[in-house]
Design a protein around this ligand. Structure first.
Ligand code: AMP
Length: 281
């Protein structure tokens, strides 16, 4: 596996693959890789000739009081994992390489749905994501890019700017990978103490309860959100950031579930903010 650290190096690698007529797949990550990330890599491996992963903790998508400095960085371990699933190259630049002095261009998706869910609670977050993903798409020359449903709103934001800016890349969304306990895999799970990790099971449990209620015939958005809130309230360590149920395509307000809808939650367990979701309908 090639390790690419500069714009010049990834450009040379991607250009050669493109000129050889290869289908290039891009999998952007912030590292501290787990089974969720590796499932994206395997999906890309099946669909593409050349897989480029990126490991970059993108400073631009973190707010001033967020966990940029504390975010886990384990590049050597990540490389071993990427190699084990057959990734061809990993792009691992320094922040200065991506945002050199004088840098001044940002991608801002202004659609109403950007400001909901995590966009409402983390101002500037999706501007940072859209900017770095645009740069990674340009650098990698990918025809296919792979993202997790874990960050479902992120997928909507990315689909939007790819369409609006006429970027020639196909966006693939991969289902959420969970631990056996139900906990959605996340690099931020590393922050949880054993006690907090047990408390964090309330996220997936509350979504499962709502899903069961939906399957038993409950279609009311208020009632389904109440099922989630009541389950989360049973866990003393859990503090709700949001519990929302919107139409999946545009995150529109709905009263009943009668098409693809996103039940999304953000919950703090101690100091750690976790997200999870399911798609109903
Ligand atoms: P991150 O490193 O957290 O920025 O995530 C990189 C990519 O992996 C994003 O597209 C995430 O949605 C995806 N991802 C993270 N956790 C999971 C998971 N548990 N299941 C599926 N995809 C995931």
């Amino acid at each position: 596996m090639k390790i690419l650290r500069t714009v010049a190096e990834i450009t040379e690698f991607a250009k050669a693959a493109q000129q050889a007529g290869k289908v290039i797949g891009l999998v952007p990550t912030m590292g501290a890789l787990h089974e969720g990330h590796l499932t994206l890599m395997r999906t890309a491996r099946e669909k593409c000739d050349v897989v480029i992963a990126s490991v970059f903790v993108n400073p631009v998508q973190f707010g001033p009081n967020e966990d940029y400095d504390a975010y886990p960085r384990r590049f050597e371990e990540d490389c071993q994992k990427l190699e084990s699933v057959g990734v061809d190259a990993v792009f691992h630049p320094e922040p200065k390489e991506m945002y050199p002095d004088g840098y001044g261009t940002y991608v801002n998706v202004e659609s109403a749905f950007t400001g909901k869910l995590c966009g409402g609670q983390r101002p500037g977050h999706f501007r940072g994501v859209a900017t770095v993903v645009t740069k990674l798409m340009n650098l990698s020359r990918a025809q296919e890019a792979f993202f997790g449903q874990k960050d479902a709103q992120q997928v909507l934001v990315i689909r939007r700017f790819v369409k609006d800016l006429n970027i020639q890349v196909n966006i693939n969304m991969v289902p959420i990978v969970r631990e056996e306990s139900g906990l959605a895999r996340s690099s931020r799970n590393a922050y949880l103490s054993p006690e907090e990790k047990t408390a964090a099971l309330v996220l997936s449990r509350s979504l499962k309860k709502a899903e069961a209620a939906y399957e038993a015939g409950e279609k009311s958005v208020e009632a389904l959100k109440k099922v989630v809130r009541e389950e989360i309230a049973t866990e003393p360590m859990a503090v709700i950031d949001y519990v929302e149920l919107y139409s999946f395509d545009e995150l529109k307000e709905i009263e009943t579930v009668n098409g693809e809808s996103l039940l999304a939650i953000a919950v703090k367990i101690g100091k750690t903010r976790l997200i999870d979701n399911i798609i109903l309908g």
